[in-house]
Design a protein around this ligand. Structure first.
Ligand SMILES: Nc1ncnc2c1ncn2[C@@H]1O[C@H](COP(=O)(O)OP(=O)(O)OP(=O)(O)O)[C@@H](O)[C@H]1O
Ligand SMILES: [Mg+2]
Length: 115
């Protein structure tokens, strides 16, 4: 379960998130809607610890750790492909962040490309 308690976030003097409280139970799908600039991305960046924030965010009762990244998929809204890398290099890099070795990636790649 993801729990967000008393989350406040400011960029300089500009406060973006105001005392956010919610929980997302395991197995449930939760959508977040809001006007442009209302803070949706900032909320996700806080959950993933991409930015510093005030408040408490826990996943299954503990603070978000590097191990938890393996159970989270995050699709950024911006394109985040690296134009100077080949497809193989790109896939290898992303897979390496998940702990896969380059040789493993190479042998799996054909299969994934077919899909
Ligand atoms: N790194 C930053 N530095 C300063 N201000 C920021 C930063 N990131 C976001 N903001 C500001 O925080 C506010 C919330 O932005 P955020 O990107 O979280 O909104 P959003 O709901 O995701 O918007 P959109 O629907 O356009 O994606 C905006 O006013 C934005 O300009
Ligand atoms: Mg956004």
């Amino acid at each position: 379960m993801l729990q967000v308690e008393n989350l406040n976030k400011s960029f300089g003097s500009k406060q973006v998130l105001f005392d956010i409280n919610f929980q997302a139970d395991n197995g449930k799908i939760l959508g977040l809607i809001g006007k442009n600039g209302s803070g949706k991305t900032t909320l996700f960046h806080s959950i993933l610890k991409f930015v510093k924030y005030q408040g408490k965010i826990t996943i299954d009762g503990h603070s978000f750790s590097s191990r938890d990244y393996n159970s989270v998929g995050y699709l950024p809204e911006e394109r985040s492909l690296m134009p100077k890398l080949t497809v193989l290099e790109q896939v290898s890099f992303l897979a390496s962040l998940k702990g896969m070795k380059k040789d493993e990636v190479k042998s799996d790649l054909q299969d994934w490309m077919q899909k």
